[in-house]
Design a protein around this ligand. Structure first.
Ligand code: XCC
Ligand code: SF4
Length: 653
């Protein structure tokens, strides 16, 4: 973003950026203005994989490379621009897969401990899902207790990470044609950890130096994320904490309270925060808060931990990734409790300007200057109480410079794949039939997943919101996760009323009939696995082809920044989905690698990447892809009929 350009479209964010400046407190927005991205690193042309380098081989700008120049674009070890770009790209996938999957592993460990009765406070909440997974994984049900079944599931789930041979169990959930394709191409993942390790091995100096072969391993690891680590995280969390159902809540910094103890939970893993929700409702804790002069305890979330507790408990969202420091800048946060991922190291510095306590809880994620209260899953409620108590005791230290912006919006969240099923088909004949029918009759043109992060290189939230408005205006139903969902929620797109206001006629009609918003919040980033399941359900329902790549669907992460987003994008592409990213694209330093991802992928997987920073243009790339798929399915005629039905014709004259 050039200097002087708008930092955010969100008023609360702008107000707090201003307050931070007055309070003499530096934020990510200041740092982004002074730190220019390295142009060579940005295009994937810098390698630091060994001590002979780092080697920087920028793509000559504004002219064709001569064959001689091309030959000379090599690292000291001889690695070509293609090898370097592909290695960098799949190392991003390795990191993203590792992050989602280590989260999944943590859930599996807690799940097993719960099943064995070693994690007091946790229980099996969704029996139906427990039994479903037992069926999926060939685990005996008979007259065994839920706990006995859960021990088997927990052990099988944990074994998925270290499995050396065979295939990940959840791959069998994919459409048959897709599974066969993965097998044929040799990208069906074995154990999650194995695929990540193999990327690290193959990208070491002097190993795999064929960019196509490197990208193939990237795909295998990404699939191990989406259909492995992430899906395990989502499914086992649902069993432990409940499968989300529609819930009304609020979003933005205005959810912080003037006269209560504000505790902000931030990160990704809901294991501890589930208990914080319980501890914060404990009458003893509320009493303690009152004794310190507060009216009560107010819980709010940032990033995907927020999405998790929003989906299951309706805990309000304080904001998305770029608002984490700004929540502290309000001066009203007693404690920010963090677990893992997307947590800025600057938080303790920002907190120094105020009274906020930054509490780290994971042995995997400590921050210098923060207080560490380690989460003990065998004594989780005690850990949670300790955290809540630390916040309460900090309330009297609240300073004078408190200013909570008034902005907050309502939203409805909790659209798990199962909920969509129920809402559309009814409890007794839950199905995706009505969705498929409305796609076939053209009222709904297609479905788009709009997900991912914030990135201060672009105007905060703007790219998400503009893209989503354009999509729903064109009758594309939008599914969301992550920080993107919060951007749309702040803009008022996650309420049923948004259908009449922003959606095209066909989509609005369907939304009004079913009573859903035109933009559905499906959860955190590991919950992108819910979108995979929804897409698979659409295929299995029939009438829209026999693979995900036949569906009129598309995906986007218009403000991405995380390596996790690259992994997510790659598993969507390899599952057959056209996926467009904004902001920047990390392989532009190699035309061959970029072409392989943007064009050849379509041939191989039926899905491909695109890069388009302009949200309206990107939305139209998605719509064009959706229309292409409609045409291939023979549905283009149906849509024309709907566009000019009698009622509309009358309106036209
Ligand atoms: Fe992080 Fe999940 Fe990205 Fe938001 S969307 S910035 S990854 S919190 Ni996942
Ligand atoms: Fe340079 Fe090769 Fe070492 Fe990378 S691996 S830093 S390209 S010498």
């Amino acid at each position: 973003m050039a200097a002087g350009e708008k930092k955010s479209i969100d008023k609360a964010t702008l107000k707090m950026i201003e307050k931070a400046a007055i309070d003499g407190c530096e934020t990510v927005f200041d740092r982004a203005a002074t730190m220019k991205p390295c142009p060579i690193g940005a295009e994937g042309s810098c390698c630091s994989n060994c001590g002979m380098g780092p080697c920087r081989i920028p793509l000559p700008k504004g002219k064709e490379q001569t064959p001689e120049e091309k030959r000379k674009r090599r690292g000291i070890c001889g690695a070509t621009a293609e090898t370097i770009a592909a290695r960098n790209f799949i190392r991003m996938i390795a990191s993203g897969t590792a992050a989602h999957s280590d989260h999944g592993r943590g859930v599996a460990e807690l799940f097993l401990a719960t099943a064995k009765g070693e994690a007091p406070g946790y229980e099996i909440k969704d029996e139906q899902k427990l039994l479903q997974i037992a069926l999926d994984w060939g685990i005996e049900i008979g007259d065994r207790s839920n706990e006995e079944i859960a021990v088997d599931i927990g052990e099988k789930a944990l074994a998925e990470f270290g499995k050396q041979e065979g295939e990940l169990l959840f791959l069998r959930r994919a459409p048959l044609k897709r599974q066969e394709l993965w097998r044929k191409l040799g990208v069906a993942p074995r154990g999650v950890d194995r695929e990540v390790v193999e990327i690290m091995h193959r990208t070491h100096m002097g190993v795999d130096q064929d960019y196509e072969n490197l990208l193939k391993q990237g795909t295998r690891a990404a699939l191990a994320d989406g259909w492995g680590g992430s899906m395990i995280a989502t499914e086992l969390q649902d069993i432990l904490f409940g499968t989300p159902a529609p819930v009304l809540s609020r979003v933005n910094l205005g959810v912080l309270s003037e006269d209560e103890v504000n505790i902000v939970i931030h990160g990704h893993e809901p294991l501890l925060s589930e208990m914080v929700v319980i501890a914060a409702q404990d009458p003893k804790m509320i009493e303690l808060a009152k004794s310190k002069g507060a009216k009560g305890i107010n819980l709010a979330g940032i990033c995907c931990t927020a999405n998790e507790v929003l989906m299951r408990h309706g805990v309000p969202l304080a904001g998305n990734m770029l608002q984490q420091e700004l929540a502290i800048v309000t001066g009203a946060v007693e404690a920010m409790v963090v677990d893992v991922q997307c947590i800025m190291q600057s938080l303790p510095d920002v907190a120094q300007c105020y009274h906020t306590k930054i509490i780290t809880t994971s042995p995997k994620a400590k921050i210098t200057g923060a207080t560490h209260i380690e989460f003990d899953e065998h004594n989780a409620l005690e850990s949670a109480r300790e955290v809540v108590k630390a916040a309460i005791e900090n309330f009297p230290n609240r300073g004078k410079n408190v200013n909570i912006p008034s902005e907050q919006s309502y939203l409805i969240a909790g659209f798990s794949h199962e909920t969509i099923n129920y809402l559309l088909g009814g409890l007794f004949r839950a199905s995706y039939r009505p969705l498929n029918d409305n796609i076939i009759n053209g009222k709904i043109r297609g479905v788009a997943g709009v997900v991912g992060c914030n990135n201060p290189r672009v105007t905060h939230d703007e790219i998400h919101v503009e893209m989503i408005k354009e999509l729903i205006k064109n009758d594309v139903l939008v599914l969301q996760t992550g920080c993107s969902a919060m951007a749309a929620a702040k803009a008022g797109l996650l309420v049923p009323e948004a259908a009449a206001k922003y959606a095209g006629k066909g989509l609005a009609e369907v939304c009004e009939t079913v009573g859903i918003p035109p933009v559905l919040h499906m959860g955190s980033c590991v919950d992108n696995s819910r979108i995979l399941m929804a897409a698979t359900a659409m295929v299995k329902e029939g009438g829209l082809g026999d693979d995900i790549s036949d569906l009129p669907v598309a995906g986007a992460a218009p403000e991405w920044m995380s390596e996790k987003a690259i992994s997510i994008g790659q598993y969507f592409v390899a599952s057959g989905v056209f996926t467009v990213f904004g902001v920047t694209w990390p392989t532009l330093g190699s035309e061959e690698v970029t072409k392989c991802l943007f064009e050849d992928s379509e041939e191989t997987y039926g899905g491909m990447w695109a890069f388009e920073p302009d949200p309206i243009k990107a939305a139209h790339l998605m719509i064009a892809h959706i229309d292409k798929k409609r045409k291939a399915l023979g549905l283009d005629k149906a849509r024309e009929r709907v566009l000019y039905d009698m009622a509309m014709r009358r309106e036209l004259v």
